[in-house]
Design a protein around this ligand. Structure first.
Ligand SMILES: [Mg+2]
Length: 407
């Protein structure tokens, strides 16, 4: 059997965790730069507030509903996610994080799924303070369905083979994991409304769909075919929208250094290095003379060290920058990711160069682990300072000065 542990309203729950005064109160979390709503607590959902809505448009509604508003605090969310995965690893087998708030796992041998699911739910709640639903079934896709049901019942759910058909008959096709909006119109036109309709889909019809979709259908029928999740990312992107347009090369360069620092930490935490960077600048996309400028550049050798990334980004920016434009956003992407230990050295990389690169890996790893260790990248911009984050909560679990006191 395969399990899925998924935290309910994750970002909003993390914000509530250290604020007992917010118990029962609606909470929303805003995107980077306080742009739009990215997460809501159940109480906020009940008020009819929707995800994706721009903050400025629903401000009055939020005030009227006494909604607590937070800027996104990814340091807090990532740390709570890491803690949860660590606890899960001590209780389950073969734990595979799927997103910041979801992990698949296998059940330890010889356990009764019902007893295990209940115990896991309670232990996770006690040790993290978060409500984490547990769904268990024969395949990952069915475990997703079970998890969805668990959220609306007592918090855990074991979907047994004999109950699968009945449950799928009451699950809308749009709720099935892997059936994206791309397929929805097609499925509706074929008259397939429920997950059970999908599971019973005619073999000949099915052949017209891509293999990933056919796997989803097989999984609904209890055939596990999504064995492992791709855990090596192919790219990371960091972006900022500016509230006041930027015009000079130096100003833009400062924002790109934020991205490099940010991407360096992301890669270092996962032991990855990039071989290519990508720079993108955009003007106001609602204006008639909208411009999007892009350029990519290769690194001399794969790295995750922020100064190495910046050295590649700089000429790319100079190549693409057009003076006189009013830039509204900048993005940097890293591509060609590989695990650090699989990095290719060039013909000219002698012992001393390899040694120096390894030292830079260590420094990047240190900065990645300790966000407050800034000496190495002090001249780099700080994304948190450039982005508007008016309602940022403290880093309760990762910064000494922010640890909440008792009493
Ligand atoms: Mg979730």
């Amino acid at each position: 059997m395969i399990g899925l542990a998924d935290c309910n309203s994750f970002y909003a729950s993390c914000e509530k965790l250290f604020r007992p005064d917010l118990r029962g109160r609606p909470v929303v979390v805003l995107s980077n730069n306080d742009g739009c709503i990215v997460a809501l607590s159940a109480e906020a959902k009940a008020l009819g507030i929707r995800r994706g809505e721009p903050y400025f448009r629903c401000r009055t509604q939020l005030e009227r509903g006494h909604v607590a508003v937070f800027s996104s605090n990814y340091t807090l969310y990532q740390d709570m996610s890491d803690r949860t995965v660590e606890i899960l690893r001590s209780l389950a087998c073969d734990v595979q994080p799927y997103s910041i708030d979801e992990s698949f796992f296998s059940l330890p041998g010889g356990t009764d799924p019902e007893t295990y699911a209940g115990r896991l739910y309670n232990t996770l709640k006690r040790r993290t303070g978060l409500t984490i639903s547990v769904g268990i079934a024969r395949t990952r896709t069915l475990a997703k369905v079970a998890n969805h049901m668990a959220k609306h019942t007592r918090g855990w759910m074991v979907l047994r083979e004999e109950d699968e058909r009945a449950v799928l008959a009451s699950t809308a096709v749009s709720e099935v994991w892997g059936v994206g909006w791309r397929y929805q119109a097609t499925l509706v036109s074929l008259g397939l409304k429920t997950a059970l309709d999908l599971a019973c889909m005619d073999e000949r019809r099915l052949q017209r769909f891509p293999v990933t979709f056919r796997r989803t259908v097989a999984e609904l029928n209890g055939v596990a075919c999504i064995e492992s999740l791709p855990d090596v990312r192919r790219s990371f992107i960091s972006g900022i929208s500016f509230s006041v347009p930027k015009t000079s090369l130096a100003q833009i360069m400062q924002t790109l250094s934020c991205h490099c620092r940010n991407l360096s930490s992301k890669m270092a935490r996962r032991n990855l290095a990039a071989s290519e960077v990508f720079v993108q600048l955009g003007t106001d996309r609602f204006a008639e003379d909208y411009r999007l400028l892009e350029c990519s550049a290769a690194l001399p050798r794969a790295s995750n060290y922020a100064p190495d990334l910046l050295a590649a980004v700089k000429p790319a920016l100079e190549a693409v920058f057009v003076p006189g434009l009013r830039y509204k956003n900048s993005r940097v992407g890293v591509f060609g990711l590989c695990p650090l230990e699989c990095r290719q050295w060039s013909l000219f990389d002698d012992e001393s160069r390899i040694e120096a690169a390894r030292k830079r890996d260590t420094m990047a790893a240190l900065v990645g682990q300790r966000g407050d260790l800034r000496t190495l990248t002090d001249s780099f911009g700080d994304k948190r300072r450039i982005c508007r984050s008016e309602f940022l909560s403290p880093c309760y679990t990762t910064r000494w000065s922010d640890i909440p006191g008792a009493g």
